[in-house]
Design a protein around this ligand. Sequence first.
Ligand SMILES: NC(=O)C1=CN([C@@H]2O[C@H](COP(=O)(O)OP(=O)(O)OC[C@H]3O[C@@H](n4cnc5c(N)ncnc54)[C@H](O)[C@@H]3O)[C@@H](O)[C@H]2O)C=CC1
Ligand SMILES: O=C(O)CCC(=O)C(=O)O
Length: 418
Amino acid sequence: MSIFQGPVFEMARTQFTTIADYLGIEESERDRLLLPKRAIAISCPIHLDDGRTAVFQGYRVQHHLTLGPTKGGTRFAASVDMGEVAALAIWMSWKCALAGLPYGGAKGGISVDPVSLSPRELEALSRRYMQELIPFVGPHVDVMAPDMGTNEQVMAWFMDTYSMYQGRTVNEIVTGKPVQSGGTEGRREATGLGVMHLAFSAMQELSIEPTKATAIIQGFGNVGSIAGIELARRGVRVIGVSDHSACFFDVKGLDVEAMTRHVEARGSLRGFPAEEFEPGDLLTQPCDILVPAAMERVIDAAKATKLRCRILAEGANGPTTPEADKLLEERGSDIFVIPDILCNSGGVIVSYFEWVQDLQQFFWGYNEVVSRLNQILDRSFQAMVERSRRDRISHRTSAMSIGVDRVRLAKQKRGLFP
Ligand SMILES: NC(=O)C1=CN([C@@H]2O[C@H](COP(=O)(O)OP(=O)(O)OC[C@H]3O[C@@H](n4cnc5c(N)ncnc54)[C@H](O)[C@@H]3O)[C@@H](O)[C@H]2O)C=CC1
Ligand SMILES: O=C(O)CCC(=O)C(=O)O
């Protein structure tokens, strides 16, 4: 029985089969491309504040080693298991290849609700996780970054733990660190900035005037809040916002800056002074730009038939199931999908810039980071749109096939040890 199980892994497998069929990849080559090279499971014991010892299950999956080190975020969430992490690592591979980054994909995480831990327990768990993974990571082996439930502070603890072990500061071991500790300008904002930039590219394609456009955002953490702020700053009316604790909808527009301040002060949107809305109905309200920026699989077949957005900007990884994808394709071109591996690629692109700066000990300014980020996003967006038009395929099939093809060609050129 495979160690990679569950609906999220099955989704990554189904998507890959669609791409492999489209690219005409032989059956014999498919497992080599899809199955992760390394999958590590660890147990992380820590002392809780009440004196008890608790053991948390952690994972790290490194998908392929063909193009360079592996790269990807670390997720702290109750849902984390080997299957979910493996799917996310596979998606990282196609994402990095689409952006032209010299990485294979990786992802890791701990099965824990980080909100249930005290600050001291969170630090202990973060440090223990990195410590257990020291034999399997390195600046030229596998480079972690933030994902759901982790942030700049967790990255600083990872870097410090690894550096103490090495006896010197090794900034390049993780990205997404605070600027004060070897991080880059722009990484904290990068994923949300990329979502906004690509939503603007899509609006241009559809001749939508941004100052007349509306947006709905599900998930108000790093990705969702920054995407919301950046859209609003450029004149888009954000009419719907939710997180795990509360949901708001107002056609007149919501004050996303005030919402961000509320989350910074209180940890979530709970208690924000506005009228609450039924979260189950948020994604299907009419809007120009819909940004799922929380969990996987929130747009299933039932939701797909009811979506009333013009642009689906996938800030989250894997928000749309393959069944929903089929239905969206059947609806023709009425929804412009910006698939996750493109839409949220701003994060890993600026992580790449951070790694390069750390290796060189030579740091860039914010404008340089954003300008280089936009260049890569524009190149990927154009490549996706052109291939999709040329071969009459969906944006997801187009974007993923560019990524898969690049990994496959690199593997073919390197050959197999006889
Ligand atoms: N942080 C990054 O740089 C990147 C993140 N992503 C993806 O973006 C998504 C969000 O990640 P982050 O913003 O970093 O995480 P985060 O931990 O900063 O925020 C997650 C947000 O989702 C909300 N949420 C959780 N369950 C929800 C539910 N059932 N309904 C509505 N909201 C819910 C949380 O309350 C929180 O506001 C994930 O899919 C992640 O893999 C993708 C690329 C890069
Ligand atoms: O910044 C990175 O290295 C990875 C970010 C990430 O986890 C993702 O793109 O899903």
